[in-house]
Design a protein around this ligand. Structure first.
Ligand SMILES: [Zn+2]
Length: 237
């Protein structure tokens, strides 16, 4: 039996603060409102920190680490002051199926959602941001219902497979990755590439970048640390 997790310990509190910052950035960019959540695995465990529940916690733009609660792998709250989201099992079932995943974001971001509805590809349109769709076609979970049960969460995890992004049709997207920074930035970039694909489609038939160009962009030296600093700076305004 492992020792209980102290959610006020420095490491856990730092991770809760990171989740809160991720939510604030996504709120600032209007990719989440009172819905949508960021979560992270407590390193080396099957416990998960997740933004606490929606509207009653107020605007995510102002959220703090206190609004991040701790759940077990079954989505049951085991720490924190606030109740967890209806869709907690969307997160925990991905962590259960994918031991490699350390962070998950779920949003109802509009443009990416539209592409899921239409079952049309979001193309790698421009710059280093195009990396977000390097996985190719994004798999589609074909249900618009909220993901609240273990069975639904497991099905989403199955559709996600070993990819990083899954469409929840007429609902939103879910992105899995290695860090909070990575999944938050990928949510932003996904919406950007969806916007460019949409706008290009109004003018003609977009091609998207070649695989060679996409790979070359991956060598961009401006790493995640610098990107994260940029998105954090948006919160100052
Ligand atoms: Zn949702």
């Amino acid at each position: 039996m492992t020792a209980p997790i102290d959610i006020e310990s420095p490491d856990i509190r730092a991770l809760r603060e990171l989740i809160a910052l991720g939510c604030r950035i996504l709120a600032k960019l209007e990719l989440v409102d009172y819905l949508g959540h960021v979560s992270a695995r407590v390193p080396g465990t099957d416990k998960v920190l997740i933004r606490a529940r929606g509207a009653e916690q107020g605007n995510q733009l102002h959220m703090t680490y206190k609004q991040v609660s701790l759940v077990d792998i079954d989505g049951v709250k085991i720490g924190g002051d606030f109740p967890v989201p209806d869709e907690t099992k969307l997160h925990t079932e991905i962590y259960r199926a994918r031991p490699d995943v350390q962070a998950v974001v779920h949003t109802h971001q509009p443009l990416a959602t539209i592409f899921g509805d239409l079952e049309r590809p979001i193309l790698p349109m421009q710059g280093v941001m195009a990396q977000v769709v390097k996985q190719g076609a994004i798999p589609i979970y074909r249900s618009a219902r909220k993901v609240t049960t273990t069975e639904q969460g497991a099905e989403v995890a199955k559709v996600l497979g070993d990819k990083e992004i899954v469409h929840l049709q007429n609902h939103g997207v879910t992105i899995a990755g290695q860090t909070v920074q990575e999944v938050v930035v990928n949510a932003i970039w996904l919406e950007h590439q969806a916007k460019l694909t949409w706008q290009a489609s109004m003018i003609g038939t977009p091609r998207g970048m070649s695989n060679d160009d996409l790979q070359a962009q991956a060598a961009d030296g401006f790493g995640m640390e610098g990107r994260w600093r940029y998105y954090l700076s948006l919160l100052d305004e």
